[in-house]
Write a protein that binds this ligand. Structure first.
Ligand SMILES: [Zn+2]
Length: 103
């Protein structure tokens, strides 16, 4: 039995035999493959998003402000950022301390 799959290109209308990509315009015409690639892209997009999300909103805000074109804003952001980092450090120290006491 010969496996023959005809796929019509949605872009240029060329009928392709046993091809995943259109022989005329190179468009991806295998819908199953297309869906699979799309899903994989979504997965990797989600992964990148989660990586950036790991930094919380305040940290992101300061990191953006630190690159601000206005020198004054940059220094102000840097000043508050240092405070924020100290707050985070104290916070994690307290969390460690409470965890230690609880255990
Ligand atoms: Zn085509």
């Amino acid at each position: 039995m010969v496996n023959e799959t005809y796929r019509t290109c949605q872009t240029c209308g060329t009928v392709n035999l046993n091809r995943d990509y259109c022989q005329e315009c190179g468009e991806l015409i295998n819908l199953i493959l297309k869906r699979k690639l799309l899903r994989e892209k979504k997965e990797s997009d989600k992964l990148i998003l989660e990586k950036t999300k790991k930094k919380n909103g305040i940290t992101m805000f300061f990191e953006r402000a630190k690159e601000h074109e206005n020198l004054f804003i940059r220094y102000t952001a840097l000043f508050f950022y240092s405070i924020w980092v100290i707050v985070l450090a104290i916070g994690s120290f307290l969390a460690f301390l409470f965890g230690y006491i609880a255990a």
